[in-house]
Design a protein around this ligand. Structure first.
Ligand SMILES: C[S@@+](CC[C@H](N)C(=O)[O-])C[C@H]1O[C@@H](n2cnc3c(N)ncnc32)[C@H](O)[C@@H]1O
Length: 498
């Protein structure tokens, strides 16, 4: 029998004294009348619940759906803040909450109906992370079931919530990790699946860092990213934007960290002269513009939605250099067109598979950006559900296209020209391994540049701040959320020698 169905016979086999039986209210909790028409649910909590159900049922993206729902609902700042904390916090902590719910309900969470499962996740987050008083968290979770007309599940949810409320987070953690291996325990503690814990540990060392940084990295993934803007060079006045609503970023010479307000409401953003963009994304685009290369056109091979294209185009506008931007998705190519609308540059946007751009493009570009599709393991703080959606097998599945796109990027580059290979993942299998494999196949036609020194010039920092894996005679850059405060962007700069 699927759950949320008021199955009163299931649940733990030997409930102890005072332990509520799923489907029946426990001591001290009065059963509310089934007057769902009158059950009031905080609008922020209701939106969080709807988003969780859509993420679970329809593979929706919380970072897109939640802002849309919030702006439609016109909530107070407090309620919008509550909705955001409930949604993101619950999605991030799903691994631990599911283990606890399964224990308290006596069955795995995938045997529960979607509404009951997500109401319980929300309730567990309130109880164990937000320290909401037990009676309030239980009543609000049950009220949510009633308000959304899941009357039969309300009793079951009530009983499971009461059982969860009997232990603290630390006690639950001890209980559900008692038989767990190291990575699983670390994952449940720091809200990551065990395979990502293992992959990030290995990636830290592969990029020349200490495995002891793992906890700091996992914690950084659980902190919402700073909101940063790029003031496009020649179009927007960075200092003026910073004076208005933020502070200049420490690393990117184009960046402003927003300290208040809605970035999309800013006049400069609406006019396309400034863009919302992570500081790490700014840096890898600037790494390509700062490398020494012959004069000649610029290609952005995987351009959508156009954040980096806008930087490349603004830079190229100063010299009248043509820019070609390509994306396999027509919708994303359209976003690229929009990203450069304010820039007075010669930009051509193509909808095409970068692996098979027409042969007349071969060997013709002075600078090529290959910002390839990847797992996004460096941007987990932006997409709280992504860590639970991704699978270890995704890394391997993406490798062929990453290799093909980088190989094609090199073929499209003129002799002496520079390719930037970038990912928003630090996974060694998508970064160092891909560059090494493609270099091996390219023989002596390609050399690896010293990307840390190039970024040092861009940022005014010491190159050591960006030191990462040595590849051939050069070195890549791996940015980290816990070190640089940016997304985990990877950058390798390669010169085609002939
Ligand atoms: C990491 S995103 C690029 C982000 C972009 N550079 C930016 O800064 O806004 C990767 C992009 O590659 C595109 N893509 C995937 N496969 C491709 C292919 N074979 N050829 C060209 N683009 C591709 C995806 O549609 C996606 O827009």
């Amino acid at each position: 029998m699927p759950e949320g169905s008021g199955d009163r016979t299931s649940g733990p086999r030997t409930p102890g004294h005072g332990t509520p039986v799923p489907g029946k209210p426990g001591p001290g909790v009065r059963r509310r009348r089934a007057s769902h028409g009158r059950t009031r649910v905080n609008p922020g909590r209701r939106i969080a619940f709807d988003v969780l159900v859509a993420v679970d049922d329809d593979d929706a993206y919380a970072n897109l759906l939640l802002p849309a729902r919030l702006s439609r609902a016109g909530l107070s700042t407090a309620d919008a803040g509550l909705a955001t904390e409930l949604t993101y916090g619950t999605l991030r902590g799903r691994g631990l909450y599911d283990a606890i719910i399964a224990h308290a309900a006596g069955r795995p969470v995938d045997k529960l109906d979607t509404p009951a499962r997500n109401a319980l996740r929300l309730g567990a987050h309130q109880l164990l992370e937000m320290n909401t008083a037990a009676h309030a968290a239980v009543n609000e979770t049950v009220g949510l079931m009633r308000a959304t007309k899941h009357m039969k599940a309300a009793g079951f949810v009530n009983a499971v919530m009461r059982r969860i409320s009997e232990r603290s987070r630390a006690e639950w953690l001890d209980l559900v990790t008692a038989a767990a291996g190291d990575d699983e325990r670390t994952g449940l503690t720091y809200a990551h699946p065990a395979w990502i814990v293992a992959a990030l540990r290995r990636s830290l060392t592969a990029h020349g860092r200490d495995a002891g940084e793992l906890t700091a990295l996992l914690e950084a993934d659980n902190v919402p990213a700073r909101v940063c803007l790029t003031a496009l060079p020649g179009l927007a006045d960075r200092q003026a934007i910073a004076a208005d609503c933020g502070t200049p970023t420490a690393l990117s010479p184009l960046g402003v960290e927003l300290t208040s307000g809605d970035p999309y409401a800013l006049a400069e953003v609406q006019a396309g002269r400034a863009r919302v963009q992570d500081e790490g994304s700014q840096l890898v685009a600037l790494g390509l513009t700062a490398a020494c290369a012959p004069d000649g056109p610029v290609l952005d091979l995987c351009a959508g939605p156009g954040g980096k294209t806008a930087i490349l185009a603004a830079d190229a506008a100063a010299t009248g250099t043509p820019v070609v931007a390509c994306d396999v998705s027509a919708h994303r190519a359209e976003l690229v067109r929009d990203s450069v609308r304010a820039i007075d540059a010669d930009v051509t946007v193509l909808t095409a598979d970068g692996r098979s751009l027409a042969d007349d493009h071969l060997g013709s570009y002075a600078r090529v950006l290959a910002d390839v599709p990847c797992t996004g393991l460096g941007a987990l703080r932006r997409r709280p559900e992504a860590r639970w959606r991704r699978r270890a097998a995704d890394v391997e599945a993406l490798q062929p296209i990453q290799r093909e796109l980088l190989t094609r990027a090199i073929e499209l580059t003129a002799p002496g020209g520079v390719v930037a290979y970038t990912t928003c993942s630090p996974h060694h299998g998508e970064t160092i391994d891909i560059v090494t494999q493609v270099l091996t196949a390219s023989g002596t036609d390609v050399e690896v540049l010293d990307a840390p020194s190039i970024l040092a010039k861009v940022t005014g920092q010491d190159a050591a701040a960006f030191a990462s894996a040595k590849i051939g005679t050069g070195q890549a850059v791996q940015l980290w959320p816990h070190v640089h405060g940016t997304d985990g962007m990877f950058l390798a700069l390669l010169r085609r020698t002939r």
